[in-house]
Design a protein around this ligand. Structure first.
Ligand code: ATP
Ligand code: MG
Length: 355
């Protein structure tokens, strides 16, 4: 029986156009090996080129065009010389996040061989955890405003909104993820000593959810000491879950602890698969190196592995990660940002061949 998935491929801008083809090269190879049929549809929208031609980032019927796909394989968006970043971002990725209800943002933090670790003395194997960020509510509500503007009494207020449904669904995802991993350990980010209403409520929901997962060991740390522990004791963590703001911070700090931006992968996930999820590298369009063919394609390729995992193709996903690790261990196959001399295509081809 072959499993068939429809994937919308969106290269976007800058190095997105260079690394996405390498991600696709690897996906096609691993699909062939594992009896998977991938139906790929390429789209030129959600890019600044599209904006310059049409005056908008995406066509009016974008949702009809890609909403029925199983996943979206995304490169990067942004070309600040031509289109301001807030226009390109709000006209594309943030619409996906909202309209496709991608309430989980997921980032693996894993130190791979051949990647210089900014934390002294850490070896591959020491750092291997996942950051789960709530992606739709919390601190990033737009509720609030300025009172008495321009006077001595001027003040601003911005509300944090945490719903029971919103918290529970991301916690459920995080506990399920922890349950599937060998360490079965979940850490919750909190700040209930200083934030006296929303954070105790978050803690309360964690405690409640934990009852359904007696096989998962869990703990909670205040965000201040938690960030310190990312740096001091990264080996402690397995699955780390946080609100929108705390998760935002942790999901940048985590990958930074495990090496360079060129290899970090990410996903915005709608776990029920009612809507497609987006799989994209952490890095942006990197205008400074775009067009030179030297970008590291590993962040994109790793995102492809996350996509396979999400689609239920765990074995294929593991095969991609193994191929990445094998290639990284070989200096000559690494791109320049990792001290090698391979170009984007050579690195992508090497990983595809390794599968
Ligand atoms: P964003 O706007 O999406 O937050 P950015 O434009 O601030 O991102 P990036 O595009 O990620 O930043 O680039 C940051 C730096 O990292 C740049 O110097 C860029 O060249 C480098 N970089 C990013 N991605 C890669 C990659 N895949 N390979 C090599 N270098 C990269
Ligand atoms: Mg940018």
């Amino acid at each position: 029986m072959t499993r068939t998935y429809r994937v919308a491929v969106i290269p976007g801008d800058g190095i997105g156009k260079e690394v996405v083809p390498e991600g696709v090269r690897v996906l096609e190879k691993v699909a062939k090996r594992h009896g998977i049929t991938l139906k790929l549809d390429w789209y030129d929208f959600s890019s600044c080129d599209y904006y310059l031609k049409h005056g908008r980032m995406m066509p009016e019927d974008w949702k009809a065009q890609i909403g029925g796909h199983d996943a979206i394989f995304f490169g990067a968006v942004g070309w600040p010389k031509a289109v301001p970043d807030h226009v390109s971002l709000w006209g594309s990725l943030l619409l996906f996040r909202r309209d496709f209800d991608q309430y989980v943002n997921l980032r693996p933090v894993k130190l791979l061989p051949g990647v210089p670790c900014p934390l002294a003395g850490r070896q591959p194997g020491d750092i291997d955890f996942m950051v789960v960020r709530e992606n739709t509510e919390g601190e990033y509500s737009s509720i609030g405003g300025k009172m008495f503007p321009g006077t001595e009494r001027e003040f601003v207020v911005q509300e944090t909104v945490m719903t029971r449904t919103g918290i529970d669904r991301v916690l459920k995802y995080a506990f399920e993820l922890a349950r599937k991993r060998p360490k079965r350990h979940l850490t919750s980010a909190t700040k209930s000593n200083g934030i006296s209403i929303t954070m105790p409520y978050w803690d309360e929901r964690v405690e409640e959810m934990a009852k359904a997962y007696p096989d998962v060991r869990w703990d909670k740390y205040h965000i201040d000491i938690l960030t310190a522990n990312f740096v001091l004791h990264p080996d402690w963590f397995d699955v780390v879950v946080g609100s929108n703001l705390f998760g935002d911070i942790l999901s940048d700090l985590g990958p930074a602890c495990a090496g360079t931006i060129g290899i970090a992968a990410a996903a915005n996930i709608n776990p029920e698969r009612t809507w497609p999820s987006v799989f994209e590298p952490v890095h942006g369009s990197a205008p400074d190196i775009a067009g030179q063919g030297i970008a590291n394609p590993i962040g994109q390729i790793w995102s492809g592995a996350m996509m396979l995992d999400h689609l239920g193709e765990g074995e294929a996903a593991a095969a991609v990660l193994k191929a990445i690790e094998t290639v990284l261990a070989e200096k000559t196959l690494r791109t320049r940002d990792l001290g090698g001399n391979a170009d984007t295509v050579a690195c992508g081809k090497a990983i595809a061949e390794m599968i």
